[in-house]
Structures are given as C-alpha cells and as structure tokens.
Design a protein around this ligand. Sequence first.
Ligand SMILES: N[C@@H](CCC(=O)N[C@@H](CS)C(=O)NCC(=O)O)C(=O)O
Length: 233
Amino acid sequence: MSVVSYEVHYWPVHARGDVTRMVLEASGKPYKNVFINPKDWPAMKKQQRFGHCPWLVIHYADGTSKTLWEEVAILTYLADTLGFFPAPADGAEPALAKAECLAVFTSWLELADKFATAMGLPDFEERQKRVKKLQTETLPAHVAFHERLIGESVGPFYFGDKPTIADFMAVSSYSRMEELFGDEFSKPFPNLVKLVNNTCALPAIHEYFAKRRDFGVLKFDREQLKVIPVVKA
Ligand SMILES: N[C@@H](CCC(=O)N[C@@H](CS)C(=O)NCC(=O)O)C(=O)O
C-alpha cells in the first residue's frame, strides 16, 4: 500500500523528534509536525501505546492510516522504507548492515538519555556535578569510540557514501553538545566534526538546520544546565 504522507507528533522541540524529521526532510516526502501542547498532555498520555511521545502517523493512499510509537521503531520503519539504512557490503547480510547502523543510533541515544537524566535533576549543584562528570568523562570516552569507527569508514558517512540514520543521529547529538558546551568539546574529534559537516552539507539537512529553531520553544541553557523556554525577540 503506498504512503502519501506522515505526521510527526511531538513537543515543539528537537530531542526525540529530530532524526525522524531529518529523515523525512532528506527523503522529500510530505509530512507535517503536529506539536503537542503540554496542557493537553495528561489526557493525551493515556491514549498512547506506552504513555509517551513521539509517535508517527502514516497516511496511505486508500485513506487509511496507522500509528507507530517509540523512536527506535519509528526510525527503523522510516529507514527501511525510505532508504536510510546502509547498503550491505558485497555478499554481506542486509540484516547485519541494518543492525550495525541501529547500534550507532542507540549508542548516541544512550548518551543523550544520560544527559537528559542529569539535566532533569531539580538541585542545581547536583546537576552541575553530574553534567561535569558527563562532560569530562562519559562524553570523551563515548565520542572516542565513534571517532575510531568513523575513521574506519571509506566514505564521508559512518557507512560509506550513503547517509543513514546513524549520521543524522550523530548530527543531532553533536548539536545538543555544542549548545551545551560550545564547539570546544569537539576539538579532539576531527572525524566526528568532518562527518557532521558532510551530513549538514546535504541540501535537505542544511535547510532543515537553518529553520529548525523556528519550532524550538525549549533549549539547553549553559548557565542553569537545564532545558529552558526560548524567549523570542
Ligand atoms: N522509549 C520512548 C521514550 C519516549 C519518551 O521518554 N518521551 C518523553 C518525551 S522525550 C515523554 O513522552 N515524556 C512525557 C511523559 O512520559 O509523560 C521512545 O524512545 O520513544
């Protein structure tokens, strides 16, 4: 059955909606963002399969639709149907190529979740202590593994010449870290910087990043080390 369009239901922030939006932008498929109003969330939460957002609504040509919850499931589905998993090397199993790509994705997701947990702590000093440890220990150790993996790639992306959800996730993670720590954090990681630049040079991704702030109503605040509302000029 052919798909005519998609809806991404999420808060008006980047976070767990960012890579889904990047994939849809890069695919050129019609989609719309349906932003959840926090006031409506308590009632909506009960209607969701696991009580969380994001979710993706897929509209088919015959007028029916399906809903998919869970970020990893959404991205697995989109990468599979829209071509954002790596092509398997000659003779290699396609399932293995997909799994390796998902491993890169979930590795970054794990790091993001550690930051989200630390930044959700109510006490500033506790937050500062946890974020500092993440910045000085967890983050460099994490990125060093990616630096090596990217260095082994023969192309501009994690998996050769073809951008995948692994690259989009690295870009999304990089932009969060940059927001929080400035670009100093990436100085020891030239391979990651190159991969981010290569991915952001894709016209659809370049354009997406240029306008992405328009719907961001929350951002990381370097002083308070937490997510705060963006004050529009
Ligand atoms: N495992 C879920 C987790 C989703 C999740 O934690 N979503 C948060 C927003 S980033 C949420 O729904 N928060 C509101 C709530 O849990 O009530 C996924 O990956 O999609």
